[in-house]
Ligand binder design. Sequence first.
Ligand SMILES: Nc1ncnc2c1ncn2[C@@H]1O[C@H](COP(=O)(O)OP(=O)(O)OP(=O)(O)O)[C@@H](O)[C@H]1O
Ligand SMILES: [Mg+2]
Length: 249
Amino acid sequence: MSLLELKNVSRVFGKLTALEDVSLEMEEGELYAVIGPNGAGKTTLFNLISGFFPATSGEIRFDGVEVTRLSPERRVAAGLVRTFQITEIFPELSVFENIRIGVEAQLGCSAQPWPSRGLARRIDRRVEELLAITALSSQGGRRASVLTHGDQRVVEVTMALSLKPRLLLLDEPTAGMGRAETQHMVNLIRSLHQEQKLSILFIEHDMDVVFGIADRISVLNAGRVLATGTPKEIAANPRVQTAYLGEAA
Ligand SMILES: Nc1ncnc2c1ncn2[C@@H]1O[C@H](COP(=O)(O)OP(=O)(O)OP(=O)(O)O)[C@@H](O)[C@H]1O
Ligand SMILES: [Mg+2]
């Protein structure tokens, strides 16, 4: 059984069909990339998978269970967690506090103004553990707004991790980054995949990143899946070359 399965999923905005008849299957443990030109429907795909918008038609299954009409919160609770194309963190809070918000939400204790000492310690330990996983321990006390763009993206990924994803969806994790920051993010994604055994679906424009780490790739073009395959298969696909890679290279 696939971890994530989309069957003939479409999304219409007024007269615009942003996604049309999209079907794809992702297996547990895969590092899977979605590529395609601007406006192809990649972020819309994430919005439908994470429940930010309902699908106009079609079916989405996660771990064998239909989630097509579940709220975003219910999908997060099931382990479907996403990050955004534009960084979404709390800039005025410290890095530690940003992650604590996620940990408290995951533990279901956000509404408890005075957690017991035991619970507070457990929360702190979990935050420390997460900061260690993403190599942010030394930044915990800093205000998120003073971090570099690259580190702010890592904070966002750490917040997503705090929600205990089974499938992590990353929308352009390296957008706006220089070479060193991109490499750092690539190493993080790789380690989350290999060491934390996370299944990861990511949208990415940087073809070096995509072809460097993805197990499998789907190419979206004008709302449709143009091709799905291994990096080798995608690189050799003449339709992909014409529609996308030729222009991106
Ligand atoms: N909420 C919305 N309302 C109306 N149209 C939308 C909405 N969200 C997306 N669209 C349209 O759907 C199409 C696909 O947009 P989407 O953001 O999914 O593309 P994308 O592949 O993520 O592009 P990019 O690479 O630029 O991020 C675009 O034409 C966009 O204008
Ligand atoms: Mg997008």
